[in-house]
Structures are given as structure tokens and as C-alpha cells.
Design a protein around this ligand. Structure first.
Ligand code: PLP
Length: 496
């Protein structure tokens, strides 16, 4: 099998093994690791039809993570996709109205980030062993809600790792906070910071870049790593479910081998939809990749005009995990359509950080034909939730509703009726208030857990353990710190 090596989109590194790229997260030149060449799926999709999620995961991940042994990779997969998921299917696909909803929310925090964050700790600790790294891996994360909990759940009690999550005090929802401060695991630390999300993020970056801190860490037998969505170890596991979807719909006879399958993704950082693009690149005959945005429609505008411009008002929406103006994973696509030219990419990324915008050339734009884009306003998102409930008896969350609305619009305006998979990125139980009030305003008067019970009654879907557990869970993390105390807090936790 062909060895796949990685290089940085900023040109500073090449020939990097997958395990090294996973340990580093972001490349030291500030770039993102991309495969130097795309592997090709070496099994027929018809042979994958009927295979389990774990089996498909192995066939896909082995193409990208070529320095992992079969035994190691199978170990990582079987420990990640196990009974932490509330269904043996791992990623069930439900037909509702005119589309197939790929439910990526059956993991421990009931959002799609579990798909990657339940395997990343295993990929990382295996990578450390392969590279003879004795140090304990310390994950530092700043979170505005979802990523923190998914990372905690993934790394909790994984030997050889510690995880510290900083969240803005008062800047996350009560349910999100409760999810984090009740996290069990001796290697976990959760800290509220007296600041906003940007303060947390900057604080974490400063700790990462502090040379003295790095030396102290090394002396104490620790090294930092990052679990955020630019890590190639998060992207590769996400390719799996697009391959799995194609194989599953083949099995059901919805498509025949070679037929196009459209993919719709509610997008923020551009990680999930990029994984679909990679699935298409390795040979899965996917059709259009439809990028769905909420009112922060910077990506929609980019696909329309070729200009990426973050200079605009930041909107707080009911789909907060997509409230993003800098989609960091887009850099991987820019690099590729620039002909894998690091210099061109760097020029655009510098323009983005200096002026908040850049524009791609017509030649680059011509390579975006796999994609199309749409967006949904807050009213349209709520209307879609209500429509799906009334007409298909299927309750979707706000993020999924953005994609569902964009797809409905796409289908009507283009007449493209090829089967479509909609990435369903969160359980409606994670955004209960927005979901229930979209169905009926009267629910706004109810308190959080009463709404949970009402949703259960309406949907007939059992309350997930992730929600049930926090009703009564004990608060285990009460630390609060000033922005200036973040580094001290890390040191204290590591006894440095
Ligand atoms: C993170 C997230 C998204 C956005 O995914 P990206 O990979 O950042 O584009 C969408 N929906 C939910 C529920 C999420 O948590």
C-alpha cells in the first residue's frame, strides 16, 4: 500500500508521517497538515455495503494513516466506536421527507464532534508510543461549549493523557456548563475564566507559545497537544461516515454503484464538509457538496463571489456551533485549489489576518464546482424544524435544520432530485429550548428539564444518557480563574 505523508499548507514542513502530524496538531509554521497525495479507496463500495461502521472505518482510515499497524488501528477503532454510542449502528441513517438524515449524534455528548473526538485520544496515545514519546500528553482546550465537553468525554481516563478545558464564565449555556463541570476522570480539569471566549482562546495560544513553559513541561515529563478541529486526526475519522453512507444506501437499494449522492452539511469551521470532499477525492461518487450556513454566511458569500470577507457583524444564532467567521479548515481547500502552492496560500492567509479578507483567482474559483452553498435565516431555521415535525414526524436540532432548509431550497431551485444525505450534527435534546419553541411558542414558558420531558413525549425518542445524567450529576469542577492566571492554573494541575 502507498505510504501517505503530510505537508503543511504554509510550506514549512513536508514528508511528515501521519502519527507525527496528529501529535503536532497545527504545524509549527502555522499551517495545517494535508496529505501530499490523495489515496484511492482500494475496496469496491459494493463490498463495503453491509459492513459494520467499524469495518468501514478501518478500510478508510488505513488509507490515510499508513504508519499505523493494522493491529493498532483496529485497537483505536474498536475502543472508540463501542458502547459509548447508544446504538450499535454508530451512525444510523433515517429517511424523512425527501432526504436521508445521517445521525452523527449518538456518541457520549450527543453532537457530531464525538465521531472524531472519541477516537483522537487513541490515535494520539498510539502515535506517542510509535514515536517513542514517554511524556504525558496534555490537551489544552478553550471552548465556547460543544468542543470542550466532547474532548473531555474522549480523553477522560485515557492513560498517558491529561486534559484541561477553559470556558468563559457566563459565556456558555447552562446545560453546556453543567455537562462540563460534572465531568468525571482524574485526568480532567475544567476551569471557568473571567473573560469571554476570545480571552480563553488567546490565553491558551499564549501558553502554547511560551518557550519557558514548554521547557518546564518537558522537564516535568509533559508535552502539549491540541484536540481542535484542524488536527488531521479529527478530519480523517470524519471521512468514514460519508463512505459508510454511500455503502449503506447501496445496500438499501436507494442508489446503484456509481450513482451520484448529494451531501448537505451544516458548516462552521469547514471541517465536516471538507471530510466529504476528501471522501469524494478518494473515489466515492458523491454529487454536490452543499455547504449550509446560518446568518453568519461568510462561506455562502465566498462560494458566490470568490471573496472571503470576515469584516461583518457577528451574529448570535440558535445554531451556535456554526457562529464562526473564520472557518479555519477552509485553508486546506484554498491550498489545494491554489495548485498545492504554499506561497499563494500564505499570501491569502496573511491578507485574512491583516485585513480580514482575501479573494481567490478565477482559475481557483473554477475548481469549486463540487460545491454549492446556501444559508438559512433564524426564521427559516425555526420554520424548517416545525415543517419536519408536522410533515415527517421527525424532530431535528437547529444545526441540522439549517442544512435541511438549504437542501429543500436547493432541490426546488435546481430540480436536482438525486438522493441526498444531510449530516445531522446534533441531537434535538442538545438545543431543546430552540427546538421546542420552533414547534410551539408556548414551550418558552417551561424550564429546561420540563422541556426535555416534553420533547421526549413529542418525539417518542428516549432521553439520551448525556442529558439524563446531568439532571442529578454532582458538580466536580468549581475552579474560576482570571485571564492572567490561566498558566498558573495549568502548572498547578500538573504539579509543576
Ligand atoms: C461543530 C459543529 C458544526 C460545524 O462543523 P464544522 O466541522 O466546524 O463545519 C455543526 N453542527 C454542530 C452541532 C457542531 O457541533
Amino acid at each position: 500500500m502507498k505510504e501517505i505523508l503530510y505537508r503543511s499548507t504554509r510550506g514549512g514542513f513536508s514528508g511528515v508521517k501521519a502519527s507525527e502530524a496528529i501529535l503536532q496538531g497545527l504545524a509549527e509554521d502555522g499551517g495545517l497538515f494535508v496529505p501530499e497525495s490523495m489515496p484511492v479507496l482500494d475496496v469496491k463500495l459494493s463490498d463495503l455495503a453491509g459492513k459494520s461502521y467499524q469495518e468501514v472505518a478501518y478500510e478508510v482510515m488505513k488509507l490515510f494513516l499508513t504508519d499505523y499497524s493494522e493491529e493498532d488501528l483496529k485497537y483505536c477503532i474498536s475502543h472508540a466506536y463501542d458502547s459509548k454510542f447508544d446504538t450499535a449502528e454508530i451512525a444510523p441513517i433515517k429517511k424523512a421527507d425527501n432526504a436521508y438524515y445521517l445521525e452523527l449524534f449518538h456518541g457520549s455528548t450527543i453532537a457530531f464532534k464525538d465521531m472524531a473526538l472519541s477516537i483522537l485520544p487513541y490515535l494520539m496515545t498510539t502515535a506517542a508510543r510509535m514515536n517513542r514519546i514517554q511524556d504525558e500528553i496534555v490537551i489544552l482546550t478553550a471552548t465556547s461549549g460543544d468542543t470542550g465537553k466532547a474532548a473531555l468525554a474522549g480523553f477522560a481516563d485515557v492513560p498517558g493523557t491529561r486534559i484541561i478545558v477553559f470556558f468563559p464564565d457566563g459565556g456558555v449555556s447552562p446545560i453546556q456548563k453543567k455537562q462540563m463541570v460534572t465531568q468525571k476522570g482524574a485526568n480532567c480539569k475544567v476551569v471557568a475564566v473571567k473573560g469571554n471566549f476570545d480571552d480563553c482562546q488567546t490565553g491558551v495560544k499564549n501558553i502554547f507559545n511560551d518557550k519557558a513553559m514548554k521547557e518546564e513541561m518537558a522537564a516535568g515529563g509533559f508535552r502539549f497537544s491540541s484536540a481542535n478541529s484542524i488536527n488531521i486526526g479529527r478530519l480523517v475519522p470524519q471521512i468514514v461516515y460519508y463512505v459508510y453512507s454511500y455503502a449503506e444506501l447501496l445496500k438499501r437499494g436507494v442508489i446503484k454503484d456509481g450513482d451520484p449522492l448529494n451531501i448537505v452539511v451544516p458548516t462552521g469551521n469547514f471541517g465536516n464538509i471538507l471530510a466529504a470532499y476528501y471522501a469524494k477525492s478518494i473515489g466515492v461518487p458523491l454529487g454536490k457538496l452543499i455547504c449550509a450556513s446560518n446568518e453568519n454566511k461568510v462561506l455562502f458569500d465566498f462560494f458566490q463571489t470568490g471573496a472571503y470577507d470576515r469584516n461583518r457583524e457577528f451574529m448570535l444564532t440558535s445554531s451556535p456551533s456554526m457562529d464562526i467567521l473564520i472557518s479555519s479548515n477552509l485553508e486546506r481547500l484554498i491550498y489545494r485549489i491554489a495548485g498545492n502552492d504554499a506561497e499563494k496560500n500564505v499570501a491569502m492567509m496573511n491578507a485574512l489576518s491583516n485585513n480580514g479578507k482575501y479573494e481567490i483567482t478565477d482559475e481557483m474559483k473554477a475548481q469549486l464546482s463540487d460545491f454549492c452553498a446556501g444559508f438559512a435565516s433564524e426564521a427559516e431555521t425555526a420554520q424548517e424544524i416545525s415543517y419536519m415535525y408536522q410533515n415527517a414526524d421527525y424532530i431535528i436540532d437547529t444545526h441540522t435544520a439549517v442544512a435541511s432548509y438549504v437542501y429543500r431550497n436547493y432541490r426546488e431551485t435546481t430540480g436536482d432530485t438525486a438522493p441526498a444525505v444531510i449530516a445531522s450534527t446534533a441531537s434535538p435534546y442538545k438545543f431543546t429550548r430552540s427546538v421546542m419553541t420552533a414547534i410551539d411558542e408556548k414551550y418558552n414558558a417551561m424550564e429546561d428539564f420540563a422541556l426535555v420531558d416534553a420533547l421526549c413525549e413529542l418525539s417518542g425518542v428516549k432521553v439520551p444518557a448525556a442529558i439524563e445524567d446531568i439532571r442529578s450529576a454532582e458538580v466536580l469542577h468549581t475552579s474560576v480563574c482570571e485571564i492572567s492566571q490561566m498558566e498558573e492554573t495549568v502548572k498547578a494541575f500538573l504539579s509543576l
